[in-house]
Design a protein around this ligand. Structure first.
Ligand code: NCD
Length: 308
């Protein structure tokens, strides 16, 4: 009989703030020295990606290998979900086969939760529709802490297609929990005035925001999630919201530039941005592996005993 359901990570607020920092500490420890023993030895972990992924899928796979899991990667295009099998039946089947952790990416918001409700193991949300992408937010937070050594009082601008961005949503949850001041910047079509129900600071003028932030997170326009008629006119968008050589001058020397990738050169940013010493894109993807190791370890093994 199932008493305590296995823990899942569906969004950042599944972690209490103390735990969130604990996961980041553990990720840093893994980055400094890989774990000496296989923390998930013999645990079958299934990667179930219904949507394209380069960074997230690769980095989860590497993380799983580094904690010694039995890694199964399966292209669900060919799965029985497409033949009418329900999520519940698929979950039952996968658990029966022996899968204990499912890392899932899906184009529907809420899919990860539905799977977690049906599955007798752990689910890690690797991105569901426009809803959440918690491990991306964790790796962004890890990168910010690596840079500034703190969260409290930092000011971060998230710029672009906020409305369709699960990365923005999860980051907003995590950043607010840790005392980071967040300003959202974008056009009304991609950042409606009522976004966040009046609780979030919304700005339309990127130039007014750039000189005041510690970090700027640039987002891709999620073309695949927007009806083509509603896509912004590119010239107008780049003129107002592109980070480029002239806007880089407005950014503080000590500020950093984040991007979850994939980036579209010539749209939300230019080549100058990626070449700029303040760009932390490579640190972000690097940190992603360690954050995912720490998440898998927390879900399967629980919080580490803190030595005193
Ligand atoms: C993002 C995603 O898939 O949500 N990419 C990522 O996981 N690093 C952002 C995007 O697709 O623009």
């Amino acid at each position: 009989m199932r008493t305590v359901p296995p823990r899942s990570l569906l969004d950042v607020d599944d972690l209490r703030p103390g735990e969130l920092v604990g996961v980041l500490d553990r990720a840093v420890a893994f980055r400094d020295a890989l774990p000496a023993r296989d923390l998930l030895a013999g645990i079958p972990v299934l990667n179930l990606f219904f949507e394209a992924s380069t960074r997230t899928a690769t980095s989860f796979t590497l993380a799983e290998q580094r904690v010694g899991a039995d890694v199964i990667t399966f292209a669900p295009g060919a799965s029985s979900l497409g033949k009418g099998e329900t999520i519940a039946d698929t979950a039952l089947t996968l658990h029966g086969i022996g899968v204990r952790v499912i890392v899932v990416r899906h184009y529907e918001s809420g899919f990860a939760r539905r799977l977690a409700d049906a599955f007798e193991g752990h689910v890690v949300n690797a991105g569901d529709g426009t809803h959440a992408h918690p491990t991306q937010a964790l790796l962004d937070l890890m990168t910010l802490r690596q840079e500034f050594g703190r969260f409290d009082g930092l000011h971060v601008a998230i710029v672009g297609d906020i409305l369709h961005s699960r990365v923005a949503r999860s980051n907003i949850v995590g950043m607010r929990a840790l005392g980071i001041e967040v300003t959202l910047v974008g056009p009304p079509t991609l950042l409606p005035p009522d976004f966040g129900a009046g609780e979030l600071r919304i700005e339309r003028d990127l130039d007014a925001v750039l000189p005041h932030v510690d970090a700027v997170m640039m987002l891709r326009i999620q073309g695949e999630r927007i009806a083509s008629g509603l896509l912004p006119a590119l010239d107008d968008y780049t003129q107002r919201y592109q980070l480029n050589r002239s806007r880089l001058r407005a950014l503080r020397d000590a500020a950093v530039i984040l991007h979850p990738g994939p980036y579209n050169r010539g749209v939300e940013l230019t080549d100058d941005v990626l070449d700029d010493p303040r760009s932390r894109y490579v640190a972000q993807v690097h940190n992603g592996v360690f954050v995912r190791m720490a998440v898998l370890d927390l879900l399967v093994n629980g919080a580490p005993v803190v030595a005193v």
